[in-house]
Design a protein around this ligand. Structure first.
Ligand code: PLP
Length: 287
């Protein structure tokens, strides 16, 4: 099945879908992005991702490229044209194309908008989650505004590549205090040795994950003991359970950290329950 991408107002065959060489996303990583999970052709956690997109654009003073309604239409149309039932839709907005120069381009320069969608077989994702995955730790070498979802992801790319080269699925990044910040493309969680669910607070330099926020709402109803407090690599290695969250990964059990087995080396009961609850809700509320 041939893929289609939306680029600045037109839907193009994926192979011909290009932006200009002087697009500021390409030249300076001067852009932001969002990713929505798709269930049965519908977008999950829709409002949360849309709200974060607007916040990211505002923080960087990139103009809002089109109305929320128009953007929603483009996202859905890209999903439809790619015949994605289950997968993800990716949106990138950059500060547009202008002669290369560091300051912002002239006012009125239109932002660039790119949307792509791809299928992710659910059976494969379920099989991965049933076994759980390995995580390794890496120093967090990112800038000071990781709350903005920018396309400047080089440290994240290097961390993920290091994980893959060590046979792991995800890298958890670690600050100078030895505390886990987040995953290279996910938020990090543990059920600590006292049975308390923990994830780092968002005052710190991490992305405010939409999946993370959805889980925080769900646990209120479940009465799980929870603390929003950073944990060290050592605490993570001693944890009863570990997992990470993101659109596309949802709730993914981590069964080893730097080769150290977590719990009994299998996905734990709280992780499995949260995955089930999250997926039920995301599927139900997708639009
Ligand atoms: N942290 C980082 C660095 C990410 O890149 C992502 C997702 O791309 C997340 C966390 C998870 O965010 P969300 O749950 O909104 O997908």
């Amino acid at each position: 099945m041939s893929r289609v991408a939306y680029v600045n107002g037109t839907y193009r065959p994926h192979g011909d879908a290009t932006v200009h060489v002087e697009d500021r996303g390409f030249q300076f990583a001067d852009g932001v992005y969002e990713v929505w999970s798709i269930f049965d052709g519908r977008l999950a956690d829709f409002d949360a991702h849309m709200t974060r997109l607007h916040r990211s654009l505002n923080e960087l003073r990139i103009p809002i490229p089109m109305t929320r309604e128009a953007l929603t239409q483009v996202l859905k149309e890209t999903v439809r044209r790619n015949r994605v039932r289950d997968g993800i839709v990716y949106l990138q907005v950059t500060r547009g194309t202008a002669r290369r120069d560091h300051p912002f381009p002239a006012e009125g320069t239109p932002p660039s908008v790119v949307v792509t969608a791809k299928s992710i077989p659910q059976a494969k994702a379920e099989a991965t989650a049933a076994k759980g995955v390995a995580v390794v730790t890496q120093p967090d070498i990112r800038w000071g505004r990781c709350d903005i979802k920018t396309v400047g992801l080089l440290p994240n790319v290097l961390a993920k590549q290091a994980a893959r080269e060590r046979g792991a699925y995800e890298a958890w990044m670690v600050d100078e205090m030895g505390l886990v910040t987040e995953g290279s493309s996910t938020n990090a969680w543990i059920v600590d040795e006292n049975g308390k669910l923990r994830t780092r607070d968002t005052q710190a330099n991490i992305l405010r994950g939409c999946t993370r926020a959805a889980i925080l709402e769900l646990i209120k109803e479940e009465g799980v003991e929870f603390e929003e407090r950073a944990f060290s690599v050592d605490e993570a290695k001693r944890a009863k359970e570990a997992f990470f969250t993101a659109a596309g990964a949802w709730v993914m059990p981590a069964v080893s950290i730097d080769g150290v087995k977590i719990g009994n080396g299998k996905p734990g009961p709280i992780t499995k329950k949260l995955r089930e609850l999250y997926l039920d809700q995301a599927r139900r509320d997708a639009i």
